[in-house]
Write a protein that binds this ligand. Structure first.
Ligand SMILES: Nc1nc2c(c(=O)[nH]1)N[C@H]1C(S)=C(S)[C@@H](COP(=O)(O)OP(=O)(O)OC[C@H]3O[C@@H](n4cnc5c(N)ncnc54)[C@H](O)[C@@H]3O)O[C@H]1N2
Ligand code: MOO
Length: 391
């Protein structure tokens, strides 16, 4: 059996970033910027007022000074003339500073009568002017790769970048196998259960930016599995679930092999997730996840999610870990790396769930984190610092 890190190394060598496509700004949120982009303009393009008030000359500011208001500068409509000594221009937030002015007094500090204003006694030093280019200048870049957050979208919009180069969403076909499975909403027979982890995995990978396709459930026979694999052809990644172990009905590996899969590995020293398999099938990377629902979801976090990030050009990174203190003792671990389902208490300390069976979705659903136990880790008392992966 290989280690989790070795398995990840193999999985990364099966992936490559997808091609670059241009999408409109409205479609770009959450996508990964594939090329550096450059501001096509300067913002603000002119010195602008940051307050509603009066533009005038700084060297004329003194208590009780009197000015004549000679016009108005509003956002979108500048004052066309030039301001001279003793003059002020009514100005609003975002409006261009008139030529000749270098200071804005906020209207709260001014008394106006007709077209005359008198300054108050506590004007201060702040000029209330945003200089041209104070936010960004033409040619300034936003560097790729970067997952575009709402703030990035606003910045690209301000830079007048309407079409954004992003990595194409990797197409992931998800293929459940097993005679016992029916889709949610269908009526299961007496020996059947509902396919669940396929839906969990699809939600997980969609949230990361994959375009997931749910294949029909394959029955436990060669013909059915073959048809499902054929339907999934051309995907960037084919993820099978179930049929990965050593039972008589575990046909994923033999059928994939008969269809030409070049296997990179089978079995990883981890718990849950031991019977993980991967390889290349035609033009697709293929990962065979174990069927136990929690095993499939944990492998989704530890293996498939990093593959998707790599395909999206975000580099080859393991699932992010952080440190936390144990709130309760934990028993010794066996020979495989263990990803225990765990909760965080209100002080951020971690508590391993009592029941760790890889069939228990209700336990996974209330877990906040996976507590990572190294192979053969001895029992640990409360207070020990451990590594966790937020889920
Ligand atoms: N003799 C051995 N038996 C098993 C071993 C072993 O090493 N020797 N490994 C165990 C481990 S660990 C796991 S994990 C499972 C993995 O088995 P498979 O990948 O072959 O999965 P199945 O047998 O098809 O299913 C296991 C379990 O999960 C349910 N299942 C399957 N697919 C789905 C789905 N899409 N949604 C919900 N539930 C699903 C299935 O009904 C089974 O209950 O093997 C152990 N056995
Ligand atoms: O490793 Mo299996 O994935 O424990 O349930």
């Amino acid at each position: 059996m290989i280690t989790v890190d070795e398995a990840l190394g193999h999985l990364f060598s099966l992936t490559q970033p997808t091609e670059v496509e241009l999408v409109s700004l409205r479609q770009a949120g959450g996508r990964v910027l594939a090329k550096d982009v450059f501001a096509t303009r300067t913002q603000p393009p002119f010195a602008a007022s940051s307050m509603d008030g009066y533009a005038l000359r700084r060297d004329e500011v003194e208590p009780d000074a009197l000015f004549k208001v000679i016009g108005e500068s509003a956002a979108g409509h500048r004052f066309d003339g030039e301001l001279r000594a003793g003059q002020a221009v009514r100005i609003f937030t975002g409006a261009p500073i008139p030529d000749g002015a270098d200071f804005v007094v906020i209207q709260e500090d001014v008394t106006r009568r007709g077209d005359l204003i008198t300054l108050g006694h506590s004007i201060g030093e702040k000029d209330n002017i945003r200089p041209a280019g104070g936010d960004f200048t033409e040619g300034q870049s936003v560097a790729a790769p970067r997952r575009l957050r709402p703030a990035d979208i606003a910045l690209l919009a301000a830079m007048n970048i309407a079409q954004v180069p992003v990595f194409r969403k990797p197409v992931v076909s998800i293929l459940a196998t097993g005679d016992e499975l029916v889709q949610p909403g269908e009526a299961p027979g007496p020996d059947q259960i509902i396919a669940s982890n396929t839906y969990g995995l699809a939600a997980q990978l969609e949230a990361l930016g994959a375009d997931t396709r749910m294949m029909p459930i394959a029955s436990d026979n060669e013909g059915s599995l073959r048809r499902s694999f054929e339907l999934a052809q051309g995907s960037d990644l084919i993820v099978t679930i179930g049929g990965a172990s050593v039972g008589d009905h575990d046909l994923v590996a033999p059928v994939a092999a008969a269809m030409g899969m070049q296997q990179s590995f089978y079995k990883v020293a981890m718990r849950p997730g031991k019977p993980l398999m991967a390889g290349r099938l035609g033009s697709s990377a293929m990962v065979g996840l174990p069927g136990n629902p929690v095993s499939a979801m944990v492998c989704g976090t530890i293996f498939v999610a990093p593959m998707i990030r790599a395909m999206l050009g975000l580099g080859q990174q393991t699932a992010p870990r952080r440190k936390a203190a144990l709130a309760k003792d934990i028993p010794s671990n066996g020979p495989r790396e263990h990803y225990m389902r765990a909760r965080l208490d209100d002080q951020g300390r971690v508590i391993a769930e009592n029941r760790q069976d890889s069939a228990l979705l209700s336990v996974l659903a209330v877990a906040d984190a996976l507590l990572v136990r190294p192979p053969s880790d001895p029992a640990q008392p409360a207070g020990t610092i451990v590594e966790i992966i937020d889920i």
